[in-house]
Each structure stands twice: as C-alpha cells, then as structure tokens.
Design a protein around this ligand. Structure first.
Ligand code: SAH
Ligand code: SF4
Ligand code: F3S
Length: 444
C-alpha cells in the first residue's frame, strides 16, 4: 500500500466539473490520496477550473497567488490545475505561475497517475491532449459520492459553436458514452445508496451513445435507467432547444421517474441576436417547443440561461428578451453579462457599453426573481416528494430537493439522509421552501 497523502480539490464551473473532480479524486485515491476539506493540510492541491467567462478564469490566478505562502511553508506541496482553463491555456499557466506542478485537461485526467510519477521526480507535467482512448475506460470504480443524489456524465463536448462560447474548444467535439457503460455505472451508484441521478452533458440531449442495436437517444437511455430498482429520480442537464426530440418530450409525460424540471437555455429572445449567436433557432421556435413540452407535462418547471449585452444587442433586442421571459414564465434562470472570450467569433465584435449591459442584467434578474418567487409561492399548500440530501442548520432539520428541484427544509428528527418523503409545503423563503412531513413512511 502506498503512503496515505492528502488531496484538496477546489471545483469551479459547471456540474461536469463536479463530476470530473469526483473522478479525479477516485483516480488519485488509487495512488494513495484521501480527500481533505482543509487546503493547509494537503500534500496535493488540485484546482478544477472553468473558462466560460473572464471572471471565472481570473479566479484561478488569484487562487494560485493565495497558495504561494502554503507552497513556501511546505515545498513538497504539489499544485495541479485541471479543467477548462488548463485545456485553454496549457503551458502558459506554468509560465505565469511557476508554483504549478501539473496541468491536465478535462479529456486526459485518466493519465494523472503517470503525471504524478513525473512531478514526484521534480518534473513539470502538462497534458492537454484529446486522446484517442476513452478516459472513462481507464478510471477506477466510482467511490466518491455526495449523498443520495449523483451526477453521471453521459455526453461530453459540443459541436454547436455558439459565437460566444469556449466549450467546443475546451471540451472538444461531442462524444457520447456507450449505453452499457452508463447503465453499469448507474447500477453501481444505486448499489452504493444513490436514489437520484442527474445525467450530464454540455449538450446532454444530443446524446447518441452506442447501444446493442445501434445508437440510442437520451429518451431511450432515460427509459432504460428508469427500470433500475432503487433509482427513484432521473434528471438531465444541459439541454439545447434544437435537440429536444419528440421521444424525449414524450418521456416527460410518460416516465414517472423523469422529474418535472427542465433547464432549457435560450440565451436571448431576439431573433437578430439568436442569429448572431449562432443558436440556429428563432424565438417562435422556442415558444412552440415550450408549448409541446408543457402539453406533455403541464406542471414542468422550466429554467434557462440568458446572456445580456451580446455585441450588437439594442434596446429593442433586450426588450424582446424580457418579453420572451414574460411569455414563457421561468421557475429559475441564470443570467450573465456577455464576456468576450479569446478565440470565439463574437470576441471580434464591438461590445455593448458596460453600464448598459449592467442595467439590463439588473432588470432581467429582477424579472426572473419575481418569476422564481411566484413559482415557489405556487407550491405553498401543495404536497410534494422530497429527497433528503443533508441535515439542516437547525436541530432535527433536514434539507432536500422536491421533484421540481426546489430546496425544501423540513423538521424531521427521526429521518435519515436519503429518505424520500412526502411533504406539505407551508411557506416560501427567497431561495427555498419549508414544509411538514405528511406520512411516517417513506415514498418508496
Ligand atoms: N451547453 C449549454 C451552455 C453551457 S455554458 C447551452 O448551450 O445552453 C453555460 C452558460 O454560460 C450558457 O448557457 C451561457 O448563458 C453562459 N455563457 C457561455 N459563454 C458565455 C460568455 N462568453 N459570456 C457570458 N455568458 C456565457
Ligand atoms: Fe456553448 Fe453553445 Fe455548445 Fe452550449 S451549445 S456548450 S453555449 S457552444
Ligand atoms: Fe466552465 Fe468548462 Fe463547464 S468552461 S462551464 S467548466 S465545460
């Protein structure tokens, strides 16, 4: 057995990075590392980074700066940078920050063991390849779990090349994992106590993984997963409007384990801007899609992502976005000020004035907040299912997620994490609901 060493991982960015961090912890676990929550006691610090907006990238460099005293006090400390900034900047990170020992991209982290050997000898290790082999075939078994709800990456990369986005460059081309592997990984998670799985992909609904009889779409994968006993809930994110196939929409109406929540980013409500963004659909197409989804599952809660201040966005374009939000009615949304990313086509264009973009962002966020409140308040008095994820801050309190992905606080002293219970919602706070457990027994 190798000596036990301590690994501290900080994760930035999207859920796919959360998943990758878990897999990297498992990979380094096989090399004798155990995870610590305390950076000061670590032998290895790994920063799993995000490149999506300028601010996200800059965080890496300020965090590396903060690690300097730690490295000075403990010269054996190894520092690694993983994720999308690693992929985008590679060796440049070593030049800018000589305290870094290792740089590994999101498609090559199965090679960490070999890289660790190199840095143990005092060398620097950089791997930002898009290797031919499937990294998932070279990773150890799932071990690191965050509770009863787990992520499962089913698809990676993106071929859509929206004009503002770095993902096709940092994550590479779209690849879907084979069906059998995913069913196997899901079963293993369920055996370890997982009851809810969120299927992940930068374009998850473009999934087309190899099954025993040809390529499977996401709907078929969902239906197969739903047959796993003990798996109670299935979610997926992030989906693209152009990949919402009929069978996936139908599954929302037919498959009880598929939860009534869908993140369906639209980015803008202006046809002109959608075109400039290379989103390849119109606002009307989005409206019609929402109608079809709601026809299949009337109580579905929709969320979205918005970018304000995309180059060329006029007051009228922004008004179209606000109008789209009013017409659709979202349960939640993430909104961002456009950030010019090196190497993307939109970065060549003249940006909207910062003050204008700031004001639009505020206005949009106020509307989204009011819609989110309304969606939460509509839950008050209703009976919902809640999967407890952790103990709350108050004695005897549990916190979990409802089917509609609302955080729900329940005073339930005899409950355990992982219980799926029925709850009557009694009140709504800014970012969560509170409720009373109804029946003594769990839902299943
Ligand atoms: N695949 C998803 C998005 C992944 S990135 C999709 O197509 O919807 C997550 C979100 O970050 C995007 O939906 C977008 O709203 C935002 N984003 C991406 N690039 C950005 C940029 N350059 N500036 C501001 N926001 C950006
Ligand atoms: Fe980025 Fe567009 Fe791909 Fe989403 S679909 S990851 S926004 S390029
Ligand atoms: Fe960020 Fe990479 Fe995810 S850029 S949003 S961590 S795919």
């Amino acid at each position: 057995m190798p000596d036990t060493k301590k690994l501290f991982i900080k994760t930035y960015g999207c859920q796919m990075n959360v998943y990758d961090s878990e897999r990297m912890a498992e990979t380094l676990g096989a090399e004798g590392y155990v995870v610590t929550e305390v950076a000061e006691e670590a032998d290895m610090v790994l920063l799993n980074t995000c490149h999506i907006r300028e601010k996200a990238s800059e965080k890496l460099y300020s965090d590396l700066g903060r690690l300097r005293p730690l490295k000075q006090a403990k010269p054996d400390l190894k520092i690694g940078v993983a994720g999308c900034v690693a992929q985008a900047e590679g060796e440049e990170i070593l030049r800018r920050m000589p305290l870094v020992d290792l740089v590994v991209g999101p498609q090559s982290y199965h090679r960490l063991p070999g890289m660790m050997e190199d840095i143990a000898k005092g060398k620097k290790a950089v791997d930002t390849d898009f290797p031919a082999e499937d990294k998932f075939d070279h990773l150890p078994e799932r071990k690191v779990l965050r509770g009863p709800s787990a992520f499962l990456t089913v698809q990676e990369g993106c071929d859509k090349f929206c004009a503002f986005c770095v993902v096709p460059y940092t994550r590479g081309a779209e690849v879907s994992r084979p069906v059998a592997r995913l069913l196997g990984e899901a079963r293993a998670l369920v055996e370890k106590g997982v009851r809810e799985i969120t299927l992940l992909g930068q374009n998850v609904n473009a999934y087309h993984g190899a099954g025993e009889d040809g390529a499977w779409g996401l709907a078929r994968l969902v239906r197969a997963l739903a047959k796993i006993d003990g798996l109670e809930r299935i979610r997926y994110t992030t989906s693209h409007p152009n990949d919402m196939e009929d069978d996936l929409i139908a599954a929302h109406g037919e498959e009880a384990k598929l939860m009534p929540y869908l993140h369906l980013p639209v980015q803008s409500g202006s046809d002109r801007i959608l075109k400039a963004m290379n989103r390849k659909h119109t606002r009307d197409q989005y409206f019609r899609l929402v109608e079809r989804i709601r026809a299949a599952r009337p109580d579905i809660l929709l969320s979205s992502d918005f970018i304000v201040g995309f180059p060329g966005e006029s007051d009228a374009d922004f008004a179209d976005t606000m109008d789209l939000i009013r017409q659709v009615g979202f349960g939640a949304a993430f909104s961002f000020k456009y950030s010019a990313r090196p190497g993307t086509p939109a970065a060549e264009k003249t940006p909207v004035e910062a003050e204008v973009a700031d004001a639009r962002l505020q206005e949009l966020q106020a509307l989204i907040t009011s819609q989110q409140r309304a969606a939460q308040e509509a839950m008050v008095g209703r009976e919902v299912a809640v999967l407890y994820e952790k103990a709350g801050r108050l004695p005897g309190q549990m916190v979990g997620k409802s089917d509609h992905l609302h955080a729900v606080h329940v005073t339930d002293p005899s409950a355990r994490v992982g219980d799926l219970v029925r709850v009557r919602i009694t009140s709504s706070a800014p970012n969560s609901l509170a409720g009373l457990r109804i029946a003594a027994e769990t839902v299943s």
